[in-house]
Ligand binder design. Sequence first.
Ligand SMILES: Cc1ncc(C[n+]2csc(CCOP(=O)(O)OP(=O)(O)O)c2C)c(N)n1
Ligand SMILES: [Mg+2]
Length: 354
Amino acid sequence: MATETKPAETKSAETKSAAGEEAGTQAKTATAQAIEPRELLGYYEQMLLIRRFEEKAGQLYGMGLIQGFCHLYIGQEAVVVGLQATAKEQDTVITTYRDHGHMLACGMDAKGVMAELTGRRGGYSKGKGGSMHMFSREKRFYGGHGIVGASVPLGAGLAFAHRYTGDGGINYCYYGDGAANQGQVYEAYNMAALWKLPIIFIIENNRYAMGTAIERASAKTDFYRRGDAFGIPGMIVDGMNVLDVKAAGEEVAAKVRAGEGPYVMELQTYRYRGHSMSDPAKYRTKEEVSEVRKTSDPIERLRALILDGGYSDEGALKEIDRKVKAIVNESAEFAQTDPEPDPSELYTDILIEA
Ligand SMILES: Cc1ncc(C[n+]2csc(CCOP(=O)(O)OP(=O)(O)O)c2C)c(N)n1
Ligand SMILES: [Mg+2]
């Protein structure tokens, strides 16, 4: 594998002329950047791990081994992989119920995540939390929240803690296009702007909130401008291009780390599966989904860049495929063989006011 650094041409994010430059709002354009092959292969591996993990979770759900809610992240992998590539040790992450990819990108163990999905002892919440209730203080992952919009004020709280303790960290706060219409989001924006909190508000615009297309739910769909009223700058990014995401994330994280206060990022992306496992997705056509898969799939795009740009070869990618498959199979095996929690666990981790 070659190791030289060379510029990678990344396809431009859709560039929108921002009518509202008032708050420093801008459209993210393409970046040519110095990049090493091993970095590209690293993103490929992480995105593939999320994709294969989610496919396996979908299978286990179909077999009745995962019950309750299960929201898959397939299609959106470049968002979290690109952004987490810009995170530092002390930073914190918070997100919604569509959270398995975020956990893996934060470095949480695939076995622990899969075993939580099947309700086993070795799961991150000892098998008592399930898909939407996993946390890792060690990896600074603060959930996993089922209440739409809740990650935003909670993220502002984490950002406040970063500033209060002076640990130098920032918060990566993820939520959806639907959540962006919640009232609590704007209360949090106001406080974050007023106190210049170190937080990136990350809107994963996957075009739908459950079965509702953004045009049907949002009076204005330029989500990156949602901070305008509070003087919070925003940026729109092609969320299907991991290199664009990484470059944009670096630029924004540097500003937030420098004490400039919050920033809004809109990542334009797409989910291939239904909202959750119980959604047949009748509100959109099969053609729409296959068109996105064909033209914008984040993994296929990176794969093409790696091969066409001569950064690496088929053999190296196959090796990564094998490695990822082994990790996912091992996690699925563990998630089916690890015992269920002991009944006595019903009485632990419960907050009781005397
Ligand atoms: C306060 C609240 N209202 C409604 C719901 C039901 N609900 C769950 S997900 C969802 C749609 C959210 O869509 P979006 O924010 O775009 O995120 P995505 O699922 O697309 O990732 C809704 C309405 C909820 N969980 N919480
Ligand atoms: Mg959405």
